[in-house]
Design a protein around this ligand. Structure first.
Ligand SMILES: [Zn+2]
Length: 253
């Protein structure tokens, strides 16, 4: 091999090594940046993948609402859950799943309620969109069994079961709580001491009574004295003190 060729090869090797070092440095910096800002490069990822994520901001690219803090996400028939959004879940009170970040608030509220000798009982918490789909489809079948067909059966089902995507239970921030001594989901629930305690104190733990009496025009949901929703203490205090709906608080009426 002549001298010129050797020099050329050495230069080539040096250049390749330099490139490799640069590439490694780039990958390292990207990884560090990714760790600092959260997966995907943004903590307020607008697109959800169906994998559980712990978002700091909720941003539904399919509607015209601005991004909001995770605890203030609004989900109803007009603003269904962002497609593919699934919260990171944890278990509370034995078997109920909720967004992992509200576990302590739920546990504390129930514990304090029980300290008063009361017996609150969770009867519904997180529900996936798939599960809601199942409920909805079986309800349509029932309506069809009652003699309704097509759109009429779907419309009838929608008055009883939330349309998949429109249930607040998809957020992992909603709970149905009844009295152990009275477990029917009807207006009689408001007469129980458990319900009275919860309504009076829920805001101290960051919860609101989500579908108060006389608010169907704004919420689209019947009066549900058993349905509580986590929004954080600050919002809960304001909503409960002013006696407004979450839709009104969110500027969505
Ligand atoms: Zn509910």
């Amino acid at each position: 091999m002549n001298k010129r060729k050797v020099v050329f090869r050495r230069r080539l090797a040096v250049s390749a090594a330099a490139l490799a070092v640069l590439a490694l440095l780039f990958i390292l910096l990207r990884t560090v940046w990714g760790l600092m800002t959260g997966a995907g490069g943004s903590p307020a990822a607008a697109h959800y993948t169906g994998e559980p994520v712990s978002i700091s901001e909720y941003d539904n690219s399919a509607d015209d609402r601005p991004a909001v803090e995770w605890n203030l996400m609004l989900v109803n028939e007009k603003y269904p859950l962002a497609e593919g959004y699934v919260p990171v879940l944890a278990t509370v009170d034995g078997r109920w799943e909720v967004d992992e970040r509200i576990v302590d608030s739920v546990a504390e509220m129930l514990a304090d309620c029980r300290k008063e000798g009361l017996e609150p009982l969770i009867c519904s918490a997180y529900r996936s969109v798939d599960k809601q789909e199942e409920l909805f489809v079986s309800r349509i079948a029932r309506s069809e069994g009652d003699g309704l067909d097509g759109d009429a059966a779907v419309a009838s089902a929608a008055t009883v079961v939330a349309v998949p995507g429109a249930s607040e239970h998809h957020t992992g921030l909603a709970l149905d709580i009844v009295s152990n001594g009275y477990q029917l989901l009807d207006e009689g629930q408001e007469g129980t001491p458990e319900n009275q305690w919860l309504r009076e104190h829920c805001a101290d733990y960051g919860f609101i009574l989500r579908y108060p009496v006389g608010s169907t025009d704004e919420t689209g949901i019947i009066y549900e004295p058993w349905h509580f929703r986590y929004v954080g203490k600050k919002a809960a205090k304001e909503i409960m003190e002013r006696g407004i709906t979450f839709e009104a608080y969110s500027g969505a009426v």
